[in-house]
Each structure stands twice: as structure tokens, then as C-alpha cells.
Design a protein around this ligand. Structure first.
Ligand code: HEC
Ligand code: HEC
Ligand code: HEC
Ligand code: HEC
Length: 442
């Protein structure tokens, strides 16, 4: 008797608890307040402090509502078929009109931790930007976890330094997170650098730059080795906001005359998958060596994966499953280190850099020679952030580890780009132009 009464009470309170928890977890209706911009937030928050009860819950709901809308917008943008979609909450913004107060609200919680950090532009009189204008994230949240945008692959981004040999991981990471760690990355620069009345033109042009697509080396390697019939380059690297390889196209299409005399290319395609390529028959050199002719479908145990050391087909093009060694080479080799699309390897002196606009405009410590690095030589070659202030570095971010590789010397843009910053890429085969500028031979 007693027991069943107890059980009924238990069931009742459990139900009540479940109902309460479900209500709490249900997404709140997005009320108009929830769509407050960060700029309007401080005033709304001040109004709320006046009412004592429910204040904290209310604030949390607003922040939660905001981040739910944001997340939904990013997800919708990721589904978009456009190469560079703009999430709904970022559409139509013109940051050049922003007031100092609006900018301050967009840095509100960030600078509680990142004390002394400012807009990396050195021009407070022309433009007023808050942290989230470039990085995204939540400037109303005081916890690192919620203020920061979280990555899809937390293992890769275990610290704030650029990861070592991240290679193509950025093509698989969330665009929202890429914008958070590097607003200058070309996948997302249309949302930061390239917004209305800022650097739209540079953003478009850098995406078509040969430092981004690297068509010259690919074109030369493929033509010289007989893999393609044309001298003009037809392959180049380009990625959409979601990291999908895409074709670059000149509009309107250039005439044959323009291609022949001015080098204007009609298009650049992504490299085809190596399996569907076939060897050019001028590659006699690859026919030396090898212990026996491979049978298709019977792997040679001692052969390194993906490197056809053995002779090409003895039966001609497209037979015995042979692929083009040049195509495989281009797919698998970082001849160009790679391009502006990705980060530097971040594993040794001379290879510390970020991607996109940041690759040039934010200086990393790579070279101790003043001949190559100018005034930046004193920051060493270990890719670390400066630890103290001096005539170049005006502020130090207390959150950034100072002995960890993969940080810019300081949070600041420059137009005075030292040669060492270019050499990070231009030391690699295919781009060694700059080495001769420094007096080196390749
Ligand atoms: C104009 C755009 C812009 C604004 C505004 C901006 N940042 Fe940045 N921030 C960048 C870029 C670009 C990088 C470089 C990323 C890289 O090196 O990969 C960066 C890097 C950082 C880093 C990493 C530094 C390191 O050593 O690894 C932190 C922390 C940071 N920003 C915080 C802030 C804070 C806080 C604010 C607001 C006060 C802010 N940023 C405003 C563009 C911006
Ligand atoms: C509670 C403190 C805190 C707040 C609030 C905070 N940060 Fe950070 N942030 C850190 C710390 C600590 C690091 C360094 C983490 C590390 O080295 O692992 C960091 C690192 C970063 C980095 C480097 C990249 C990365 O993934 O670590 C960026 C960019 C950044 N913060 C931007 C912001 C922005 C923008 C805001 C505001 C929207 C913000 N932070 C708010 C503490 C904070
Ligand atoms: C992210 C790597 C990267 C950085 C950083 C970089 N470049 Fe490049 N650069 C390239 C690539 C890749 C090419 C094209 C090579 C190709 O298509 O074969 C290129 C091509 C060039 C060319 C054309 C070369 C030719 O033979 O026509 C010049 C000039 C050049 N870069 C100058 C610079 C300067 C100056 C800087 C520094 C301000 C710089 N680069 C920084 C990767 C880079
Ligand atoms: C390969 C290196 C490189 C890359 C990548 C790069 N820039 Fe530049 N940028 C330069 C150099 C070099 C200058 C000229 C500096 C000078 O002489 O004043 C420059 C100048 C500029 C200027 C002109 C400043 C002025 O005073 O007129 C702007 C704006 C600019 N870059 C924005 C961008 C943006 C946005 C991106 C990314 C979409 C980008 N840059 C990518 C090297 C680069």
C-alpha cells in the first residue's frame, strides 16, 4: 500500500521533472528581442538589469537565441549551391558606416580576456571594427567555449597556434570556424575583408591570382611531359566556401587571339582524379628500372603507394591500368607549398604562415636575417608571437602562448611586407623567382 503510493509519487515527480527538462531544452521561439544585434545588446541588457527577477535567464535566452539563429544561418549557407554564400545575419552589412559604440559592443567580452587587442588595421579614424566583425563568435559570452566558434575537428585545433602540417583539413572544416581562426582565409574573406565598401576587389582578384591557383607550374609540368596537348594552362586550384574544388572561368570568354597573345585563360579546372588520367607517351624516362612488368590488379608489394616506380605500360595508352605519373605527382606533391589556399606546414623555420590575405599581410617570424626580414629579424625564426612591447609591437595579447609556433608576431596588418614573408612560399620549386631576388640559386 505504502509502496505503491510512493511509486505513484515517484512517477509523478519524474514526469514533472522530464516535462521541465524538455521545456528547458526546447528551442525558444525566436522573439524579436532574440534578433538583437550585438550593438543593440548593451542597451537591452541595461533595461533588463532594472528588473531584478529573471534577469540572468533572460540574458541567457537572448544569447542562446542569437547563437541558434547564427548556427542555422551558417548551416543554410553550407547547403547553398553558391560558391561563396553569405549567411543571412551577415547579408547587406556595411561596416564602413559603423560607429565606435557599435564596434565596441562587438568586442565586448572578447577584450575581457584578449585585453589590449585592437582591430589589426592601424587606422581608427577611418574604420571602426569590432572583433566579431572579422572573427565571428559571441561578444556577449564570457566563457571561452561559447565566445569562440568551435571547430568540427577539435583534435586538429588543440591550441591557438596554427596546426602542424594541416594540409587540406581547411577544406573539411566548418567555414564559420575558419573565419574564426583566420578571417583572411579565401574561403571566407568575402565575409570579412570583402564586405561592402571594404576590399571586395582585392578579395575577388586574390582568388584568381596565380598564387592561389598555381596554374603556371601545373600547366608547364603537364605540357612539357606530354600529358596535355595545349601550352596554355588548363588546371588550377580553387575552393568554394565549403572547400569544394571548383572551376575558375573568365567572363566574358576571351578570344583565341587574347589567349594566344595576352595569356588570358578561358578557364581553369580542378585537377582530374589521378585514376582517370593516362600516361603521355613522351615519358620514356619512366620506363627504365623495375624488376618486371606489373600485371594489372596484382599489386607489387615493394612499390610505394601512389608512386609508379616501374615502367609505363608496354602496350600503349590506357592499358594495364596505368595512370599519368605527372598527374599523380601534381596530386601528391606540395611543389608550390601549396598555395594561398592553405596554411604553411608550421613545422620548421621558414614555413610559418597563415592562408589567404593573412599569408602576406600579417607577418610571422621566419628568418633571422635583416636582409630578408628587415626589422622583423629580431623576432627570430620560430613562428612565435612577440613577448614584449617595442618600437614595432605596441600591444601583447595575454592569452596567446609566447613559445608556441604558429602565431603572427602581432595582431596587426602591414603593407610593409618583408621578403621573408614571400619566401615562405617562394623557396619551393615552381615559385623560386624570389630566391634569385635574394641572390640565391635554386
Ligand atoms: C580586420 C579584421 C580583424 C579584426 C577586427 C580583429 N581581428 Fe583578430 N585576427 C584577424 C586576422 C586576419 C588574424 C590572423 C589569423 C592567422 O594568423 O591565421 C587574427 C588573429 C587573432 C588572434 C590569434 C592571434 C595569434 O597569435 O594566434 C586572436 C587572439 C585575435 N585575432 C583576437 C581578436 C580580438 C580580441 C579582436 C577584437 C579586439 C580582433 N581579433 C579583431 C583579423 C581581425
Ligand atoms: C574567457 C576568456 C576568453 C574570451 C571571452 C574570448 N577568448 Fe579568445 N582566446 C582565449 C584564450 C585563453 C585563447 C588562447 C587559447 C590557446 O592558446 O589554446 C584564445 C584564443 C583566441 C583566438 C586564436 C584562435 C584559437 O582558436 O584559439 C582567437 C581568434 C580568439 N581567441 C578570438 C576571440 C574572440 C573574437 C572573442 C570574442 C567573441 C574571444 N576570443 C573571447 C580566451 C578568451
Ligand atoms: C602562399 C604562398 C605564396 C606567398 C606568401 C607568396 N607567393 Fe608569390 N606565388 C605563389 C605561387 C603558388 C605562384 C605561382 C606559381 C605558379 O603558378 O607556378 C606565385 C607567383 C608569383 C609571381 C609570378 C612569378 C612568375 O614567374 O611569373 C610573383 C612575381 C610573386 N609570386 C611574388 C610574390 C611576392 C612579392 C610575395 C610577397 C609579398 C609573394 N609572391 C608571396 C605563392 C606565394
Ligand atoms: C601575395 C601577397 C599578398 C596577398 C595574398 C594579399 N596582398 Fe594585399 N598587398 C600586398 C602587397 C605587396 C601590397 C602593396 C603594399 C604597398 O606597396 O603599399 C598590398 C596592398 C594591399 C592593399 C592596398 C593598401 C593601400 O594602401 O592601398 C589592400 C587594401 C590589400 N592589399 C588588401 C588585401 C586583401 C583584402 C587580400 C586578400 C583578399 C590581400 N590584400 C592579399 C600583398 C598581398
Amino acid at each position: 500500500m505504502h509502496a505503491s503510493k510512493f511509486a505513484r509519487r515517484l512517477v509523478f515527480s519524474l514526469c514533472a521533472l522530464i516535462a521541465l527538462v524538455t521545456w528547458w531544452l526546447l528551442p525558444r521561439d525566436v522573439e524579436s528581442d532574440d534578433l538583437l544585434t550585438a550593438a543593440e545588446f548593451p542597451r537591452a541588457a541595461a533595461r533588463e538589469t532594472r528588473s531584478r527577477k529573471g534577469n540572468e535567464t533572460r540574458r541567457r535566452t537572448i544569447v542562446r537565441g542569437n547563437s541558434l539563429t547564427r548556427q542555422a544561418n551558417w548551416e543554410a549557407a553550407e547547403q547553398s549551391k553558391l560558391p561563396y554564400p553569405v549567411p543571412a545575419h551577415l547579408q547587406g552589412i556595411d561596416l564602413s558606416q559603423q560607429t565606435a559604440d557599435q564596434a565596441a559592443a562587438k568586442s565586448h567580452s572578447c577584450i575581457k580576456c584578449h585585453a589590449t587587442v585592437h582591430d589589426p588595421h592601424d587606422s581608427p579614424e577611418t574604420i571602426r571594427l569590432g572583433c566579431v566583425d572579422c572573427h565571428g563568435g559571441d561578444a556577449n559570452s564570457y566563457k571561452k567555449k561559447t565566445a569562440h566558434v568551435q571547430p568540427r575537428f577539435p583534435g586538429v585545433w588543440s591550441t591557438s597556434g596554427n596546426p602542424v602540417r594541416s594540409y587540406t583539413v581547411m577544406n573539411h572544416e566548418k567555414p564559420e570556424f575558419i573565419r574564426f581562426v583566420n578571417p583572411g582565409d579565401l574561403r571566407v574573406s568575402h565575409l570579412s575583408c570583402g564586405t561592402a565598401n571594404c576590399h571586395g576587389r582585392e578579395t575577388l582578384e586574390v582568388r584568381k591570382s596565380m598564387m592561389t591557383h598555381g596554374c603556371m607550374l601545373w600547366g608547364a609540368a603537364l605540357y612539357n611531359n606530354g600529358a596535355v596537348p595545349d601550352k596554355w594552362s588548363r588546371y588550377g586550384e580553387s575552393y568554394s566556401m565549403n572547400g569544394a574544388p571548383q572551376r575558375l572561368q573568365t567572363v566574358p570568354r576571351p578570344t583565341k587571339e587574347e589567349t594566344a597573345t595576352k595569356g588570358i585563360l578561358p578557364f581553369l579546372n580542378p585537377l582530374p582524379r589521378y585514376q582517370i588520367s593516362q600516361p603521355g607517351n613522351v615519358l620514356r624516362i619512366f620506363e627504365r628500372g623495375g624488376r618486371f612488368v606489373l600485371e594489372s590488379g596484382i599489386p607489387e608489394r615493394l612499390e610505394e603507394p601512389g608512386r609508379p616506380r616501374f615502367r609505363l605500360s608496354n602496350r600503349g595508352l590506357g592499358t594495364t591500368n596505368r595512370t599519368s605519373p605527372v598527374m599523380i605527382g601534381l596530386q601528391k606533391t606540395r611543389l608550390l607549398d601549396p598555395t594561398l589556399n592553405f596554411l604553411g606546414t608550421n613545422d620548421h623555420a621558414g614555413d610559418y604562415r597563415s592562408s589567404g590575405c593573412t599569408a602576406c599581410h600579417m607577418v610571422y617570424a621566419n628568418d633571422r636575417s635583416p636582409v630578408h626580414s628587415g626589422p622583423y629579424a629580431k623576432y627570430g625564426n620560430r613562428g612565435t608571437a612577440a613577448a614584449s612591447r617595442d618600437n614595432i609591437v605596441r600591444s601583447i595579447d595575454p592569452t596567446i602562448p609566447k613559445h608556441e609556433a604558429g602565431h603572427p608576431i602581432q595582431h596587426k596588418f602591414t603593407r610593409a611586407i618583408p621578403t621573408s614573408q614571400c619566401i615562405v612560399c617562394h623557396v619551393h620549386p615552381g615559385t623560386t623567382v624570389m630566391n634569385s631576388y635574394l641572390g640565391y640559386l635554386w
